[in-house]
Design a protein around this ligand. Sequence first.
Ligand code: ZN
Length: 247
Amino acid sequence: MIKNAAQTNEPPGPDTSILTKGDVQAADWTPESVLSTMSHRPQENTDSPLPFFHILERLKTTKRAGWQRFDIDNGESISDHMYRMSILTMLAPPSLSSRLDIPRCTKMALIHDMAEALVGDITPVDGISKKEKSRREAETMDYICKRLLGKVGGGLSGEEIRRIWQEYEDSETLEAKFVHDIDKIELILQMVEYERSNEGRVDLSEFTRVGTRIELPEIKAWCDATIQERNQFWDSTGKVPRSHLKK
Ligand code: ZN
C-alpha cells in the first residue's frame, strides 16, 4: 500500500509537498526532489542559520504517518514525538543514567528524525526498503549539515548534528540503543493515549509489537507498566482489543 504525500503529510503549503512515496521512483529520490517544489527554497552556503531554522518548521507540520491509517488525522507531528522523547531521556532511572551521557541522549532524541523534514515519515507499509529509507535520510542530513550549516559558526554545529544522527543510525553505543528504546516507548505511550481519547473506538493493537523489541530492562519495565494501563483501560470499556486493522 503506497499512500501519496498529500494523504500522509500536512506540509505548510500546496507547493511544498513531501515527494517521497508514490510520487518519485524509489531510487530517483534526492533532497532536490522536495527542494525543487518549495516556493521559499532555503538559501545554501550562507553563514546565517535562518534557512536551517525554517527547514525545522516542517517537523512541526509533518504528521507522524502511522496513525493516519486508523483515521487519527489530527495526530502528533514529528517534532511532538521528538520533544517527548527528549524529556524521557532526562528521566532515565539511575541504573541507566550512571552509565549514559544523558545530554548526548537528549540531543540524539531531538535530532534522530530530523531528516523527515524532507524525507517525510516513511512507515513499514509504504513499500520502501530500509536501505532506501536510510539512503534518503543520510542524503538529507548531508544537505542540512553541509549545504545549510557548513558555513554557520565554522560548520561545527552542523558536524555535531551529523555525528549524533549517525551514532543513532549505527545503533552501536549504549546511548544509541537507549534512544532507540525511548523511540519505542514513546510510541507505546501515544498508542494508549489515542485509544483512551477515542474511548475504545480505535484499536491500535498492532503497535504493541513495537514494545516487544525494547532491549534495556529499565525501558522494558516502563513499557510493561504502560501496557498494564492499557489493559485496565480496555477492561473498563468491556471490549477486547484485537490485532487487526480498522480498514
Ligand atoms: Zn522517532
